[in-house]
Design a protein around this ligand. Structure first.
Ligand code: CU
Length: 142
């Protein structure tokens, strides 16, 4: 019985060690509207660690500048404001999506065509950095 429990423990520990601590899925960047030089990126961050982690910075090689933004409603008017960081609770996920948190991207440095991809770099409070390839889409999925 003890041997059986030890085997289970080893299995659990090795599974935890193999699971990526932070996983980003469903990444997409919207192709800017005609004539516009600003657009948004969306993705989901899964935090598989036992501690809260914050997304502290983002940039893209395809844009001059990137900011973390939140949509807010004030007096019936939808506004955007920059946020310093986005916290992901332990063993939880946060989605950046249309109408909510998003990655704001300014001044494209290259042609942006639907179906192609751009590189997005995310920095987290635990020191981890992720480099992701995100597809360009005409209409973002919710
Ligand atoms: Cu914005």
């Amino acid at each position: 019985m003890v041997r059986f429990i030890v085997l289970i423990l080893i299995a659990v520990i090795s599974f935890a060690a193999n699971a990526a601590e932070l996983i980003v899925t469903d990444g997409q960047v919207r192709v800017p509207m005609p004539g516009r030089t600003v657009t948004a990126g969306y993705f989901t961050i899964q935090n598989n660690t036992a501690d809260p982690v914050s997304l502290t910075a983002a940039r893209s090689t395809a844009f001059e500048r990137a900011e973390l933004h939140q949509h807010t409603h004030q007096d019936g008017v939808m506004r955007m404001e920059q946020v310093g960081q986005i916290e992901i609770a332990a063993n939880a996920s946060v989605s950046l999506q249309p109408g909510g948190l998003h990655l704001m991207l300014f001044n494209p440095l290259q042609p942006l065509l639907a179906g192609e991809s751009v590189t997005v770099l995310l920095s987290f409070s635990n020191g981890q950095q992720l480099e992701l390839s995100m597809p360009l889409t005409e209409m973002p999925r919710r």
